[in-house]
Design a protein around this ligand. Structure first.
Ligand SMILES: [Zn+2]
Length: 219
């Protein structure tokens, strides 16, 4: 079992990977992990290169932030919603990665254009309607799209969110969402995109559930 200091250090490690991974445009993005009766999240307004474990902020599930901490990321409310609604979610990564954001700025979801879309837990990666960053309305919109076992969504005119059992899984999914978005944008530019049907996506989702994610090799 990981202790709190190790988890704080891991959150910082992943936050620092946002930029070199190409996920964080203009230093956007925030990362959290479930901890006890709440979650630990990157603070607002700090350069991630300079973070120390004590800068990571603990937010209780009810939204309470203890005194003598830094202020949490302004976008903590949709992290809170993700943990509240799905016990199996252990970490959340949010970023404004270029292609996911570009699609989200057209209001598009990512449909079943490729079987790997199922990696996010459904036959599409849907776009949550726009609401101002940091607000309850955005958290509500995100919760509605993630309901039913979805693990990622786009945010209209904003970016993307990816969730996972742990930080590794959530970060890997954020990278998958960005790559799928990139492929879909290219396919749209070429012409008519052929989508997989519901029966095929159900087969893929069933296989992913039974065999788990194929992190190392993907056929
Ligand atoms: Zn954002």
């Amino acid at each position: 079992m990981i202790d709190e200091d190790e988890l704080r250090a891991q959150i910082i490690d992943f936050a620092r990977m946002l930029e070199p991974s190409g996920l964080s445009v203009n230093r956007s993005g925030n990362i959290s992990a479930r901890w006890k009766d709440g979650f630990l999240i990157t603070p607002t307004g700090m350069v991630y290169e300079h973070l120390e474990p004590a800068d990571v902020v603990f937010v209780r599930t009810d939204g309470a932030v203890a005194a003598r901490q830094r202020a949490p990321s302004s976008e903590w409310r949709f992290h809170q919603a993700a943990y509240r609604d799905a016990a199996e979610i252990g970490a959340v990564v949010h970023c404004h990665s270029t292609h996911a954001t570009a699609l989200a700025c057209t209001g598009r979801s990512i449909p079943a254009f490729h079987y790997m879309v199922a990696v996010a837990g459904g036959d599409s990666i849907d776009c949550a309607p726009y609401a101002t960053f940091g607000g309850e309305d955005l958290a509500r919109n995100v919760a509605a799209v993630l309901a039913g076992g979805r693990r990622a969504c786009l945010l209209a005119n904003h970016g993307q969110i990816a969730c996972g059992a742990d930080l590794d899984a959530a970060f890997a999914l954020a990278k998958d969402v960005e790559e799928l978005a990139r492929q879909y944008v290219i396919a749209l530019q070429i012409g008519e995109v052929k989508l997989l049907d519901a029966a095929e996506m159900a087969r893929v989702l069933d296989a992913f559930t039974r065999y788990g994610r194929q992190d190392q090799t993907r056929d």
